[in-house]
Design a protein around this ligand. Structure first.
Ligand code: TRP
Length: 357
């Protein structure tokens, strides 16, 4: 376990709603692998957040927590360097959520574009639970409890990061007497408890799925619920089938027709995952000229994706044989996370004059 306390901290996490896919990989996972050598990394499995839409599916949430842990380990997150932990086992997060919820006006919570998108995309109508609206505040608590320097996230999480920054500014102003005119970077120097931290996007803002555009004509993002994902645990055969069936350029009926590169997942995937830049550049030109077919380009993409995913899948199979180990990783990670979290909670209560004993 990492006991290095001089490194800056990084915190990020995933809601356990299934296995991780390529969108998670480019959005944040590959970033995390790099960061774990330079930062003291905390990776949270947000099972309480999963309950905002799955309170009636506790067994699935439990299973998904294990799936995410397996995906993390298989992807190369190293528990000797990084701390993997479970949200519901960190009482300080729940306590800080309640205090933080007093700092943000209700209409501000409703002005969150990600919340609006989720209500629409998940068809929640008017029936979402009260706790669903609370989750961005709870996410601010997930983050601030660890007082990280950086939070690697996908683009859709940026509204939550902005809210987190607002919570931190408010708390620091109200309870640590930091002047409201202070620059974000100077809050800690001025006596604030919580950093006004940054979100760090992956090299791609969002990865499209393999299923083509949605009703508005725009390509949909890769998502398990949209059924357009390639998972980090897919076997070569599944990858092959998915890529062969993947949406490309609908205006191209014959392989010899001129093809379009823009908004074509085939080329978005090659550009994102194929390291053979020269091949991609040449093949793109041939595609536009109608001298290379979809099938050949797809076969190349299958090779590229299998090369990335197969080692991950193989490692995952190993960990699946050793769930005791996975459980120990989660238990030890959660214990270490609680040490940091309880320390922050104590400091926060002191700042709020709510320590009595
Ligand atoms: N909302 C994030 C998602 O759905 C998961 C998450 C929960 C998270 N808490 C977090 C991400 C804290 C970053 C930081 O993917």
């Amino acid at each position: 376990m990492n006991t290095n306390t001089t490194q800056q901290r990084v915190l990020t996490g995933d809601t356990p709603t299934g296995r991780l896919h390529l969108g998670h990989w480019v959005g944040s996972l590959e970033n995390r692998l790099q960061m774990q050598t330079e930062y003291d990394c905390f990776f949270l499995i947000a099972n309480v957040q999963a309950f905002t839409t799955r309170a009636d599916q506790p067994t699935e949430v439990h299973q998904s927590v294990i799936e995410i842990a397996l995906d993390y380990l298989a992807a190369g997150i190293d528990p000797k360097k990084s701390t993997i932990f479970i949200q519901s086992e960190i009482p300080a997060i729940a306590e800080l959520t309640v205090f933080f919820s007093m700092l943000i006006p209700y209409p501000r919570v409703m002005r969150n574009p990600t919340i609006k998108d989720e209500i629409r995309d998940k068809g929640l109508g008017e029936n979402y639970p009260f706790g669903f609206l609370l989750y961005p505040i709870s996410q601010a608590a997930d983050i601030l409890t660890f007082r990280p320097a950086l939070v690697p996230v996908g683009e859709d999480q940026l509204p939550h990061i902005e809210l987190t920054r607002e919570v931190a500014r408010r708390f620091n102003q109200m309870y640590c007497h930091v002047d409201p005119h202070t620059e974000d970077a100077d809050y800690l120097k001025q006596g604030g408890l919580f950093p006004i931290l940054e979100g760090k996007l992956g090299r791609l803002r969002r990865l499209v799925g393999i299923g083509g555009p949605g009703p508005d004509g725009n390509l949909l993002k890769m998502s398990k619920s949209l059924n357009n994902a390639i998972f980090l645990s897919d076997d070569p055969d599944t990858i092959k089938k998915k890529v062969m069936a993947m949406y490309t350029d609908p205006s191209r009926l014959k392989a010899t027709d001129k093809g379009h590169i823009e908004n074509n997942p085939l080329w978005i995937f090659h550009e994102t995952f194929n390291k053979d830049v020269a091949w991609v550049a040449a093949a793109k030109q041939r595609y536009q000229a109608g001298t290379i077919g979809d099938v050949e380009c797809k076969q190349r993409l299958i090779e590229v994706l299998v090369e990335l995913i197969e080692p991950i899948r193989q490692r995952r199979l190993q960990y699946e044989q050793d769930l005791h180990y996975v459980n120990a990783v989660l238990r030890d990670g959660t214990a270490r996370a609680n040490e940091v979290a309880n320390h922050t909670l104590q400091l926060a209560k002191e700042a709020m004059r709510q320590r009595y004993f």
